[in-house]
Design a protein around this ligand. Structure first.
Ligand code: HEC
Length: 250
């Protein structure tokens, strides 16, 4: 009896050991794949935000009716975005990858196209806002990546202004099921392998929160018109106001 037990314990132990080894092996491989996707998603969403921050920092400059050239050329904004990226991550952007090249080109072309609009003298508010810039960059990036990657600015359904930015089913489920959850860690991105439009994909989504400066347009009183002519959402300081969604297709 004792012998039998020992024997079966050994078998169980051996079985457990092989399950553990297989788990480590496969887990290890998965982690490697996931972490390189995660690194790309992290770098690209950071660069995207770094570029948008240039537009935010220059909003008063852009809205200045007395000034012609605002100095926000494609070259200037891409250089500044790289600088912001360096500050945010502590390392220089590796601009040799397809994704980084495409993102920089999208920022560059968005700014070049915006020159006549933002440099018009005698006009104050021109409707060139961080979210508008971000959408143009996102659409250009996605188009140029040609079905390999996609970036999208979105928001909780109740706060979406531009219908094109509405969250899809997966984005909506993460926003509602995780980001809106009081116990969810602030600012933490969520990622998983999930289908997108029938294709296998690595999906990554990063939450963003309303700051004081956002509330001029997205704050209260709800329904009141903001400077853009849009209706204020009634959002609160620190509340989830948006998300950046990044997809890498397999
Ligand atoms: C001057 C007014 C204004 C300010 C300030 C402003 N926004 Fe917006 N925001 C808008 C408008 C207008 C849109 C719709 C853009 C479009 O039509 O694509 C928008 C769109 C967005 C979107 C995309 C989803 C959607 O609703 O279409 C997000 C996310 C967002 N804003 C977040 C923010 C955050 C966060 C801040 C502060 C850091 C901010 N906004 C500051 C006016 C503003």
């Amino acid at each position: 009896m004792e012998k039998e037990l020992t024997h079966s314990n050994k078998t169980v132990n051996r079985l457990l050991a092989s399950i553990l080894a297989a788990g480590l092996l496969f887990g290890g491989i998965n982690t490697v794949v996931a972490s390189s996707d995660e690194a790309v998603a992290e770098e690209m969403t950071t660069l995207f935000r770094a570029a948008r921050a240039v537009i935010s920092a220059n909003q008063a400059n852009i809205n200045d009716a007395s000034k012609g050239d605002k100095g926000l050329s494609g070259d200037f904004v891409t250089a500044k975005a790289k600088e912001n990226f360096h500050k945010a991550t502590g390392h220089k952007l590796d601009d040799s990858t397809d994704a980084a090249k495409t993102m920089l080109a999208a920022i560059h072309s968005t700014m070049n196209q915006a020159q006549p609009l933002i440099n018009e003298k005698g006009k104050g508010f021109k409707g060139f806002l961080p979210a508008i810039f971000a959408k143009q960059v996102a659409d250009t990036f996605t188009k140029k990546m040609n079905g390999n990657m996609r970036i999208k600015l979105t928001a909780p359904k109740k706060y979406v202004r531009n219908r094109a930015n509405r969250p899809d089913k997966w984005e909506n489920s993460i926003i509602n099921g995780k980001f809106m959850n009081a116990s969810y860690e602030n600012g933490k991105p969520f990622s998983e392998v999930a289908k997108h439009k029938g294709k296998d994909a690595y999906r990554y989504i990063l939450p963003e929160y309303y700051k004081q400066s956002c509330l001029n347009c997205h704050g209260g009183p709800k329904g009141e018109k903001d400077i853009t002519g849009g209706k204020k959402e009634g959002g609160k300081l620190g509340e989830l106001g948006g998300a950046i969604s990044f997809t890498i297709y397999k």
